[in-house]
Design a protein around this ligand. Structure first.
Ligand code: ADP
Ligand code: MG
Length: 335
């Protein structure tokens, strides 16, 4: 009797251990990580699901915090501030991440014919879209003076030494239309390294989704109606893609019956007119961020041409509320 009890005891013990392990495995596989932070002067949200969701999520927030500290032009001592302070004097050595985002921004400036241009900084300050938000309409003379300090061709990058040089005193880099997207791309890279197969990352409306939601249904992203905070013009199902919107409804001011928004046409020196909202979907968030701004600057017709040339889904809504869709977007937008 006693002899036969022992193996039975062992097997029960093994069974308990095994079910405990399976239970633990099941539990960790379904780790759900959700967190909101205030970074890049906006709300950043991440949700990730999977074995390593928590470690991945924490690493993502670390990286995004680091990028915010490096790329904020208003933060004294940030890498961007150092570059701007040294304008017209000397090249500044920067980290790999900062170098990469600046290189990418100059490339997109070229592709968009300068509609997106990260050297728009002095014009932002002139129009009062600075940290103080005291906006005024400058004189034509001031605008033409400041335009001399704008132009992506006036930036010199040295790949070997990782330096950035703004060749004229007074020049100022402003990565406001690409930094959030770039941070989202970095987040996605980290999540993928941790084998996360279901996640959503958003930095002030720059959104990327990995895979599908945990219940297997697709992530659905609404496209806001520029005329009303509560309304959407439709929604799309987003899987392993980035979406971003540039709009004239968050940072703007009125003067002489005209609405001036925070997106400036670097070619004229004036805030872009005619578009109220522009949304694009692209494989990368930095690209989507910058292209949405570029299309906004180009206006409905040329903006849509840019989106079509790239064969991307895009929506443009003009100041009268008229909506036009690129051919790819016609297949995607659910009203
Ligand atoms: P937001 O970041 O407000 O969602 P955008 O992505 O369009 O909107 O970025 C707008 C920001 O980009 C501005 O606040 C400014 O910092 C910068 N910016 C403005 N005009 C341009 C431009 N033509 N090219 C590049 N950056 C711009
Ligand atoms: Mg953008």
């Amino acid at each position: 009797m006693k002899k036969s009890l022992f193996p039975k005891f062992i097997s029960i013990l093994l069974l308990i251990c095994a079910s405990g392990w399976i239970g633990y495995a099941f539990y960790t596989r379904n780790v759900h990580y959700r967190e909101t932070r205030f970074l890049f002067d906006t709300e950043v949200y991440i949700e990730a699901h999977g074995w390593e969701a928590k470690q991945a999520g924490l690493q993502v927030l670390d990286r995004m915090g680091d990028l915010d500290a490096k790329l904020n032009k208003f933060k004294a001592g940030s890498e961007l501030d150092k570059i701007n302070q040294a304008a017209g004097q000397q090249p500044v050595e920067v980290s790999d991440l900062t170098f990469e985002v600046i290189a990418q921004s100059l490339q997109i400036a070229e592709t968009t014919g300068g509609a997106f241009d990260p050297t728009v900084g002095p014009l932002m300050a002139l129009w009062g879209f600075g940290s103080q938000e005291k906006q005024t309409v400058p004189s034509n003379k001031e605008i033409s003076e400041y335009l001399k300090l704008v132009g992506y061709q006036k930036v010199i990058l040295d790949q070997a030494n990782k330096t950035v040089y703004l060749t004229r005193k007074g020049m100022m880099l402003d990565l406001g239309a690409i930094a959030k997207g770039y941070a989202v791309d970095q987040a996605v890279q980290i999540l993928k390294e941790h084998n996360i197969s279901s996640a959503l990352v958003s930095a002030g409306g720059n959104i990327y989704t990995i895979g599908r939601r945990t219940n297997g249904s697709p992530w659905q992203i609404g496209i806001r109606d520029p005329a009303s905070k509560e309304k959407i013009v439709g929604y799309i199902q987003l899987e392993n893609q980035a979406i971003d919107t540039s709009g004239d409804y968050e940072r703007f001011f009125w003067a002489n019956g005209k609405k001036y928004s925070h997106i400036i046409d670097p070619r004229t020196g004036y805030p872009a007119q005619g578009v109220s909202g522009c949304t694009v979907i692209m494989p990368q968030a930095a690209q989507a961020d910058a292209f949405a701004t570029a299309a906004f600057v180009l206006g409905v017709d040329k903006g849509l041409d840019l989106i079509e040339e790239d064969n991307s889904p895009g929506v443009m809504i003009d100041s009268q509320g008229q909506m036009v869709l690129s051919s790819k977007m016609k297949e995607l937008l659910i009203k």
